[in-house]
Every structure is written in structure tokens, then in C-alpha cells.
Design a protein around this ligand. Structure first.
Ligand code: ATP
Length: 792
């Protein structure tokens, strides 16, 4: 077994590291280390190294490959920044997943007078020219070049680096947030996997990979992908524990959002009173509209709150970040940010005193990363997670439907079975929340693959000195858990992945995308739900096995036994383009679609709709559901048909879109009037046609180009538009919500058409949700068409 495979986070001596001597002369190393010590004070203003920083830096300047696993806020950046500037000259290339992360680091380095630049889609032409000129010179002056994996792997950049390498000035490759490399990592980004070519091209250049959340599998995957070499590898693994964070779960039931918001206000207010001044904090919400609602609520109560998500203009986001970083003491500044995961990696503010999760994150690692924004100055800080079983079921439903969709797609295109990693990570989080007997710190460390001897009192005290609700007030925690809705574990065992037909009816989202908006008002207050109440060792065993045990993840069986069926009230006749697209495209028009008052000014070509099919069954379904929330919402909005769906004008040089016959997907609810849906469908179809018909973005669809035959092309795009419309419709309980979602899809289609360097624009999962829907819908329509061709 390779040495790195043996490394485990270990709490015995706190740290675990391998070090191998290299050919770098000792004298040179000593000189460089002295310089690092000096720069640590002079440039970075720190009095001493933290954790294993010194050893890591020593290994780096010795020319070794380095793998660093250290908790959030430990100071990983310094581990590559310091060696990069300690050497007399030469370039370090830093690969980072997020523009925001790069921006922050580059700005901070430049403030210190260090020649750092970023090369991304944001970089202006002039700056790009300067960077290229400098790197092509015989002795480049740039010391740190931040870039994305996509850009790094372009021919231009590789050629440029080849020149730097030839001149002997390519010092190292740094891969920050390296878990993105691994399919087992929660932020997996396919493009990262190409980074191994760096080693092929520049074999003498050392590589450093850093992450806060890597299980054994992830670690092995990273080392293997980057082709890091065993006999020149230094591994530094820090314990994951953040002893200064107080972890707490607040158990509630149902979706009483007012009660939860009030509770959050009380929590913040009490904290302010206790400290005698406001404190910085972040409240994470899965949904954008909840960020807005909550920040509005808190502002109305007198707190300096602001919303942060990808639905807000980036200039406004920059402003919010600035105001929050400045703290709320000044007029106009901000204390608390209500944010989606867009506000995540790269946020480095020392004095964040609390992190609240308004609802459940989608993965354990996400939770760990997000809580890791708190207390980076080492002072006590609080992390509160609001937990309801209804929410757990909702997220579980999303993830399982997404998994089913991936399986479908994989089967269709003959790709390997997708891993169940996301579902297992989420299960780990549910087990963590359900556990009221084990210290939260212990649970986190165990989840991340550490071995903890709970009989070792000294160790236990060092992990958690009454810094979690379970250790601080165990009785109260158990009492509070009684607030949760009751469970029916038999449902857990009986339902799940078996009923493919039913699952195929659910809305499907990619597991690694932000959850879609689901109107709170539609949520049930109690269900027969299937949560494993007997978490703790057993629950965690599975999570650990899933992420750290080195085993490839199981089997549909495990999914079957651990994935509950989403609660009935959330189940509408949902989007399933996979199944719906299997139906042959309908050419004959049953009932011509008539332009009504609300569609008279629609910028779409006339379409035809099968009212008899869709409408008829809808009427029956509405009758059946006469008392449901859906219908009530529909009643409220009946008659308000003014559309806010954006128009996409068709370029004059394109011929008008050919007419198609289409039968929109039926739904139980008629909350969105059919003519409005038809208009949306037309706009989406037109947008797809404009953006995709030249074939320029076919790489997004596994290289499949749209059919050249006009009739087939029209059919594919209409089917895709139908799926996208239904996707927007299914998740909307109100007209305005529907309009917003359709507009988001239209924007996503436009983004697809823009020439982008994906990672550069891809700053958060949340941002890409719509784009992914669009891509999936088109892919499925294409697959369906290809399958039909083959059959015929
Ligand atoms: N030796 C040190 N002494 C004191 N503070 C330090 C030291 N090294 C780094 N820091 C500070 O620790 C904070 C966290 O650093 P950094 O952002 O590099 O953490 P990280 O490990 O990359 O965290 P994350 O994974 O959450 O991004 C920064 O504010 C940094 O200035």
C-alpha cells in the first residue's frame, strides 16, 4: 500500500505527517526557512506559525509534493503563499474553484506588495496582455498566478507555462479546495480532473493540494488525479475539530417560518445583549427567496441584515460583502448576511460569532464548511442548525430524485452508474441531527473519518469542553427533540427506490445543485416520515463507510433502505422529462391553441395544445384534490394572467420558428393557467432555438449536435422547452413564482449561449441550478431523438 493510503486523521498526538528528505540542499532550505520566518511577520503580520504550517512550508520549499488536510480557518493559504514568495524568483500557479476566492486572495496579496494576478474570464484584455507578456519574458516578475482549472488546461496557458518551465521559473502548482477534484468530494468539478496533465507536461514541478474536507477516498482520488508521487510526497493531516465552535441543533416541526424567524431574531438579539454590541453572523438558507424574506424580517426588527445570493446583481453582492466585512458599527454597514451557499468558500472574516442554518444543507461536508466560517479568530462562536424532519424528507426527496435522474441519464448514454455519495453525505447529516446522546464534535470528527477513543477523557475534553448542546445540556436536548414530528420507520423500509414509475414522476434535480424553491405554504405539518431515530454509532457507521472506508459505495439496496419516499402532499404530477420525453413527439394537433387576451402580445409563434388530454385530466385531478393547498393557491391566482415573463425578441435574420403541436405536461394543479404556460413554453422554445440552433454549444450535451433536419430539430427543441416549462411550473405555487422561474430559465438559456469559461462564471451551486435544468432537458430531448432514430 502506498504510504499516503495509510494516513488517517489521528487524535493521538494531534497531528500526523510524513516527511521525506529531498535533494534540495539543507543550506538552501535553511536560508529559505529563515526568509519565511521573516516574511511571516513582515508581510503577513503573524507572530508564529499555526498548526503544521511550518512543516508544510518546509516541505514545500524542499521541493516535495504536499497534501494538506486541515480544518476551515486553519490558515492553509499561507502554506503556499509564503513559499511562493520566499524563493528569489519564479512562478507559483494556484488553481482555485471560485472567482470570489481568487479575488480576495489576490487583492490581499497585492495589498502586501506581492506580485499576484488572476487570469480568469473577468480579466480585462489589457491585463491579459500584460500577464502573457510577463510570463513569456525570460524572467517573469509575477509570483502567484491564480486561475481556474479550465483556463489552466487551455493550450494557450499551457504553452505559456511551458515557456516559464523552459526558463526554469515554474516553481509549483497549487490546487486549493482540492476536494473539487474528486467525484467523492462534495464540490466535485469535472474540469479539475484534467489537472494531471500538468504533471505530465512539467514533471519536475512540485504540486501542492489543500482541502478542509477530504475523506480517505477523496484523498486517494486527489493524489491519484494529480499524479502526486509517493516518494516525494509530504502529507499533513490536521484534526478536523474546531474546539471553539459551539454546535447546537434546534428541533422544530412543520414549517412555521414565522416562529423560526422570530427565534432567530431572539437568538441574535440575546447574543448582542450578552456581548454588549452587535456581532457578525451568517444565516444560511437553501432558497433565495428565504434569504430575502428573512433579511427583510430581521431588518424590520432593527437588525442590520442583508441578503446574498446569485439572484442579486454582482455589484450589489460586492457591496454587501464589503459592508459585512466592515461590520455593522458604521451607518449603512451590515452585521448579518442571509445567504445561500453562494456565500461560502473564500469568506474569511475572523470575528464571525455565529452561523445559523435556517434549514438543512444538502451534505455533511457543506455543513462543516459553512459552520467553518465562524470563529476563525479562535474565539468561541455558535453554530445553530434548525432541524425538522419535514425538511429532511424534502431534501432527501430532492437528492433521491436527482439520483434517479442521473441513473436514467447514465443508462441512456451507457455511462457508469452514478455514485450515491450525495445521498450518503446527507444521511450522515440527518444522523448527526437526530443524535441526542453523542457529542457533536465527536460526531463531526467521526464522520470525517477520524478515530476517536471516547474513553480518553483528556482527548474528549480537548475536543469539546461543553461546546455542544449535547454535552452542555443533555436533558434539554432530548426534551427539545420531542418537538420533532413523529416517525413511522416502517415506511422507511418499504418505500424508496423501488417504485420507479412513481419516482419518475418526481421533479428531478442534480444532487450537487442548490435545492429548488418549494413554497413553504405547500409543506405539510406532519407526515409519516422515515428518519432513522436510532442514529449515533449505527447511523454514522454508514456515513463513515460511505465516505471514508475506502469501499466503493454500495448498491441500490442501501438506497432502497435509506431513502424515504417524499411526503405525499409535496408530490404533484411532477417534472419527469425522462419519462415524458419517451413519448413520441406529437405531430397531430388535437385542439388548436387560441391566442387569448393574455397571450395576444406574446412574442411567440402560435402553438397548438392538446387541451382535451391535459385539460380533461387536470379537471378530474383538481376535483380529487379539491381541498389541497395547491388548489387554494390556484384560486387565489385565478384571473391574474398578466405575464411578467421576459420577451426574447427574435433576430431579424432568422426565419420565423416553425409551428409545432405540443401537449404540455399535465399537473394535478391548475394554479398556472394554461395560456400562461403556453406563452412561457413559446418563449423558452424560441430562446432555445436562438441559442442552440447554430450548434456552438453542443459540447454541453456530450457532443451531440442538434439534428440538421429541420423537423427533427424543431421536435427536439420543443420537447426540451416542454420539459423546462414543466420544471418551472412544478415548483411554483404562485403566478409570480412561476414567472420568476421561467425568467430564470430564460436567463440560463442565454448563459448557455454565451462563450464562457465555465468555472469562472460558476461561483456557486445555486447559480447553476437553472442552467443544469436546461442542459439536462436538452440532453434528454436529444437522447430521446437519438434513441428513436436507432429504433427506426
Ligand atoms: N500563522 C498564523 N497566525 C495567525 N493567523 C493566521 C496564521 N495563518 C493564517 N492566519 C489567519 O487565519 C485565517 C484563515 O486563513 P485561511 O483563509 O488561509 O484559512 P483556510 O485554512 O484556507 O480556511 P478555509 O478552508 O475555510 O478557506 C486568515 O484570517 C489568516 O490571516
Amino acid at each position: 500500500m502506498e504510504p499516503f493510503m495509510q494516513h488517517k486523521r489521528n487524535h493521538g498526538d494531534g497531528l500526523f505527517a510524513y516527511y521525506k528528505p529531498t535533494s534540495t540542499p539543507t543550506a538552501t532550505r535553511e536560508v529559505l526557512m529563515k526568509k519565511c520566518d521573516r516574511l511571516l511577520h513582515e508581510k503577513f503580520g503573524h507572530s508564529d506559525y499555526k498548526g503544521k504550517q511550518k512543516e508544510i512550508i518546509e516541505a514545500a520549499i524542499s521541493g516535495l509534493d504536499v497534501f494538506v488536510l486541515a480544518p476551515t480557518g486553519m490558515g492553509k493559504s499561507l502554506c503556499f503563499q509564503l513559499p511562493s514568495i520566499a524563493s528569489e524568483c519564479g512562478l507559483s500557479v494556484v488553481v482555485s474553484p471560485l472567482l470570489a476566492l481568487m479575488k480576495n486572495q489576490v487583492a490581499s496579496l497585492r495589498d502586501k506588495g506581492i506580485a499576484a494576478v488572476s487570469l480568469t474570464s473577468d480579466t480585462g484584455k489589457k491585463d491579459k496582455t500584460k500577464i502573457f507578456a510577463d510570463l513569456s519574458s525570460p524572467r517573469p516578475r509575477i509570483r502567484l498566478l491564480y486561475t481556474t482549472p479550465e483556463r489552466l488546461c487551455t493550450q494557450n496557458v499551457m504553452q505559456l507555462l511551458a515557456m516559464v518551465y523552459k526558463h526554469g521559473f515554474l516553481n509549483r502548482l497549487v490546487v486549493d479546495e482540492a476536494h473539487c477534484i474528486s467525484e467523492w468530494g462534495h464540490d466535485f468539478r469535472e474540469e479539475y480532473r484534467k489537472l494531471g496533465t500538468f504533471r505530465d507536461n512539467f514533471p519536475r514541478v512540485p504540486v501542492m493540494a489543500l482541502t478542509a474536507t477530504a475523506t480517505d477516498n477523496v484523498r486517494d482520488d486527489i493524489l491519484c488525479s494529480l499524479k502526486m508521487v509517493e516518494d516525494r510526497l509530504y502529507t499533513a493531516i490536521h484534526p478536523a475539530n474546531r474546539a471553539n465552535l459551539f454546535y447546537e441543533i434546534r428541533y422544530t416541526s412543520g414549517q412555521d417560518s414565522l416562529a423560526r424567524k422570530s427565534d432567530i431574531f431572539e437568538f441574535i438579539n440575546t447574543l448582542y445583549k450578552r456581548r454588549g454590541r452587535p456581532s457578525s453572523g451568517i444565516i444560511y438558507c437553501r432558497l433565495r427567496n428565504m434569504c430575502d424574506e428573512l433579511s427583510h424580517f430581521l431588518r424590520a426588527k432593527g437588525l442590520k441584515a442583508s441578503s446574498y445570493h446569485r439572484g442579486i446583481k454582482s455589484s450589489e453582492l460586492d457591496e454587501t460583502l464589503k459592508q459585512w466585512q466592515a461590520g455593522g458599527a458604521e451607518k449603512g454597514n451590515v452585521d448579518v448576511v442571509c445567504a445561500t451557499i453562494a456565500f461560502g468558500m473564500g469568506i474569511d472574516k475572523g470575528d464571525v460569532r455565529y452561523i445559523i442554518h435556517y434549514d438543512l444543507p444538502k451534505s455533511f461536508e457543506g455543513y462543516y464548511q459553512e459552520t467553518g466560517r465562524a470563529g476563525r479568530d479562535g474565539l468561541p462562536s455558535r453554530c445553530v442548525l434548525y432541524y425538522t424532519r419535514e425538511d429532511a424528507l424534502r431534501v432527501r426527496g430532492l437528492l433521491s430524485r436527482s439520483h434517479a435522474k442521473r441513473q436514467d441519464t447514465a443508462r441512456m448514454i451507457g455511462a457508469p452508474e452514478p455514485s450515491q455519495r450525495t445521498g450518503d453525505s446527507f444521511q450522515g447529516l440527518v444522523d448527526y441531527a437526530e443524535d441526542t446522546t453523542t457529542c457533536r464534535h465527536v460526531l463531526i470528527c467521526k464522520y470525517l473519518g477520524e478515530t476517536i477513543d471516547t474513553a480518553d477523557e483528556g482527548l474528549m475534553k480537548s475536543l469539546c469542553d461543553k461546546m455542544c448542546d449535547v454535552c452542555r445540556y443533555p436533558g434539554k436536548v432530548r426534551q427539545r427533540k420531542a418537538n420533532l414530528s413523529s416517525v413511522d420507520t416502517s415506511a422507511w423500509m418499504d418505500d424508496g427506490y423501488e417504485d420507479e414509475d412513481e419516482l419518475a414522476d418526481y421533479f428531478q434535480f442534480p444532487a450537487d445543485q442548490a435545492a429548488p424553491e418549494v413554497e413553504e405554504s405547500r409543506s405539510p405539518t406532519s407526515h409519516n416520515i422515515s428518519i432513522n431515530t436510532d442514529a449515533g454509532p449505527v447511523g454514522f457507521q454508514s456515513a463513515k463507510r460511505a465516505c471514508g472506508g475506502g469501499e466503493v459505495l454500495p448498491d441500490s439496496k442501501r438506497m432502497k433502505h435509506s431513502v424515504p419516499k417524499p411526503p405525499a402532499p409535496l408530490v404533484t404530477r411532477a417534472y419527469s422529462s425522462a419519462s415524458s420525453l419517451k413519448k413520441p413527439f406529437k405531430v397531430p394537433f388535437k385542439t388548436p391553441f387560441k391566442a387569448s387576451s393574455e397571450t395576444a402580445n406574446a412574442d411567440l409563434q402560435p402553438c397548438n395544445v392538446d387541451n382535451g388530454g391535459a385539460g380533461g385530466s387536470l379537471a378530474q385531478k383538481d376535483k380529487d384534490l379539491a381541498d389541497s393547498d395547491d388548489v387554494q393557491i390556484a384560486e387565489e391566482h385565478r384571473g391574474s394572467n398578466d405575464s411578467n415573463i421576459e420577451s426574447l425578441s427574435q433576430p431579424t435574420d432568422q426565419p420565423p420558428l416553425p409551428e409545432v403541436a405540443v401537449e404540455l405536461e399535465a399537473n394535478f394543479s391548475q394554479k398556472i393557467p394554461l395560456p400562461v404556460r403556453m406563452k412561457a413554453f413559446g418563449s423558452i422554445r424560441k430562446a432555445l432555438y436562438q441559442v442552440l440552433s447554430d450548434g456552438s454549444c453542443c459540447n454541453k450535451f456530450q457532443g451531440s449536435a442538434l439534428p440538421t433536419n429541420t423537423e427533427a430539430r424543431v421536435s427536439v427543441l420543443a420537447n426540451a422547452a416542454k420539459a423546462i416549462e414543466f420544471c418551472a411550473q412544478t415548483m411554483s405555487a404562485t403566478r409570480s413564482g412561476y414567472d420568476d422561474r421561467v425568467n430564470q430559465k430564460l436567463h440560463a438559456i442565454r448563459r448557455l449561449g454565451a462563450v464562457t469559461d465555465k468555472a469562472d462564471g460558476d461561483e456557486d451551486e445555486d447559480e447553476d441550478e437553472d442552467e443544469t435544468d436546461v442542459v439536462l432537458a436538452v440532453k434528454e430531448a436529444l437522447d430521446e431523438w437519438i434513441t428513436r432514430q436507432v429504433r427506426e
